[in-house]
Write a protein that binds this ligand. Structure first.
Ligand SMILES: Cc1cc2nc3c(=O)[nH]c(=O)nc-3n(C[C@H](O)[C@H](O)[C@H](O)COP(=O)(O)O)c2cc1C
Length: 340
C-alpha cells in the first residue's frame, strides 16, 4: 500500500453535515493500516479497497508501516528465527515516522495484518503500541483483515487485546489463509519466506491463491454499503454472510502449544539479549530442533487424535469454531449479493 497514491484526508472544515440537512452528507473517512513483505497483504487490501475507492463518497487514508530497521525478505534462517521472541512477547520495533498526526477523525479503521509466530506481525504490533494509535483508535470501529498461512486464532486473541487497550472495538474480522493442507504449508511457507520462491518442485504454490485474493473485493462492496447506511456506528458486523472468517478448531491445540513454547523460549532468548545478539544463535539452534520435534509431533498427533475422537469432541470443536469466527462468521448467505 502506498500512502502517496491515496487521497486522504484529515477533516475538511466544511465537510460536516449541516443542521438544516440541505448539504450533502460528508464523505465517510476510512483509515487503512498495513505492512507487507511479499506484497500479498497489499494485494488483498487493494481488492477490498477497490469498491471504496470507486465509490466517490468515501475518503481513504492508507498508512503503510515501515520498521526503522527493515525486516529482510526473503529472510535468512537466523533472522527469521530471531524474530520469534519479540513477536511472542509483543515487543515492538521502532517505526519510521507515521504520516498520520493523531488528530484525524475516521469513521472506520481497516487494520490489515499478517501473523508472525502466532502473534500479530511486529510492525503492526508497533503501530498498536505507538502513542498515536490510542488517539486515532479510541472509540473507533475496526475491521481486522488477516492474511497468513493458516494459524491465526491466537494472534487474533492478542490483536483483540491490543485494540481493546487502544479503546477500539473490533466489528468484523476477515481471514484469508493458504488453501493447501496444513502439513504441506509447513514446508512450502518456510521455503517461500526463506527463498522468495512460491513454488517448490511439484508442491502447491505457497501463499493465498489468486482467486481468493480476487474475491476479497466482496468485503469492500459490503463495507461501502454498510458505511452508506451508517452501519459502522452500530454493534452488528457488516460482513456477515460473506464467508469472512472460517476457523479450523482442530488447529487450536497446536496453536496453544506453539504459543506457550514461543512464550517460554522467547523469555529465555530475550534474557540472552536483544534481536541480533550473537548469544541468541546457539539458543536458537537448540530451539529449532525442539520446534521441529514439536511440529512433527504435536501437529500430526493432535490432528490424528482429534480425527479419532471426533464424535466425542464435536461439541467442543463446534463451540471453538463459533467463538473464533465471531463477529463476522463463516456463513455464506449474502455471497450472491456481492459475487456474480
Ligand atoms: C517471521 C514469520 C512468522 C510467521 N508465522 C506465521 C504463523 O505463526 N502462522 C501463520 O499462519 N503464518 C505465519 N507466517 C506467514 C505470514 O503470516 C504471511 O502469510 C507471510 O509472511 C506473507 O505475508 P506478507 O504479506 O508480509 O508477504 C509467518 C511469516 C513470517 C515472516
Amino acid at each position: 500500500m502506498d500512502a502517496g497514491t491515496n487521497s486522504v484526508h484529515s477533516s475538511p472544515p466544511n465537510s460536516k453535515k449541516e443542521d438544516d440537512g440541505s448539504a450533502a452528507p460528508r464523505p465517510k473517512r476510512v483509515l487503512v493500516i498495513g505492512y507487507s513483505q511479499s506484497g500479498q497483504l497489499t494485494r488483498i487490501a487493494e481488492r477490498i479497497l477497490a469498491p471504496l475507492r470507486q465509490a466517490g463518497d468515501m475518503e481513504l487514508r492508507v498508512e503503510t508501516l515501515s520498521p526503522r530497521q527493515p525486516y529482510p525478505f526473503p529472510w535468512t534462517f537466523f533472522s527469521f528465527l530471531d524474530a520469534f521472541p519479540e513477536s511472542a512477547h509483543l515487543v515492538a520495533p521502532e517505526l519510521e515516522p507515521l504520516t498520520l498526526r493523531g488528530d484525524e477523525d475516521f469513521d472506520l479503521v481497516i487494520l490489515t495484518y499478517q501473523v508472525w509466530f502466532l502473534a500479530p506481525s511486529l510492525p503492526v504490533t508497533a503501530f498498536l503500541k505507538h502513542p498515536l494509535a490510542q488517539r486515532l483508535l479510541r472509540g473507533k470501529p475496526v475491521v481486522t483483515v488477516i492474511a497468513c498461512r493458516n494459524m491465526w486464532m491466537m494472534a487474533q486473541e492478542k490483536m483483540k487485546q491490543l485494540l481493546s487497550d487502544c479503546g477500539a472495538r473490533v466489528i468484523d474480522n476477515v481471514v484469508l489463509t493458504d488453501p493447501s493442507p496444513t502439513l504441506l504449508t509447513l514446508v512450502t511457507t518456510p521455503y517461500w519466506l526463506l527463498t522468495g520462491r512460491k513454488r517448490l518442485l511439484a508442491l502447491p504454490a505457497a501463499g493465498i491463491d489468486d482467486d481468493s485474493i480476487e474475491r476479497a473485493q466482496r468485503f469492500g462492496c459490503a463495507l461501502r454499503d454498510g458505511l452508506r447506511r451508517d452501519a459502522e456506528r452500530g454493534q452488528a458486523a457488516m460482513l456477515q454472510g460473506l464467508s469472512a472468517c472460517v476457523a479450523d478448531p482442530r488447529l487450536y491445540v497446536s496453536e496453544r502449544a506453539g504459543t506457550r513454547s514461543f512464550y517460554l523460549w522467547g523469555k529465555l532468548l530475550r534474557a540472552a539479549g536483544g534481536p541480533g545478539t550473537p548469544w541468541r544463535k546457539p539458543l536458537l539452534m537448540l530451539y529449532v530442533v525442539f520446534l521441529i520435534l514439536l511440529i512433527l509431533s504435536v501437529v500430526p498427533v493432535s490432528l490424528l487424535l482429534q480425527a479419532a475422537l471426533r464424535p466425542w469432541l464435536k461439541p467442543q470443536l463446534a463451540a471453538l469454531k463459533q467463538r473464533f469466527e465471531m463477529p463476522s462468521g463463516s456463513g455464506q448467505e449474502r455471497m450472491g449479493m456481492y459475487e456474480h
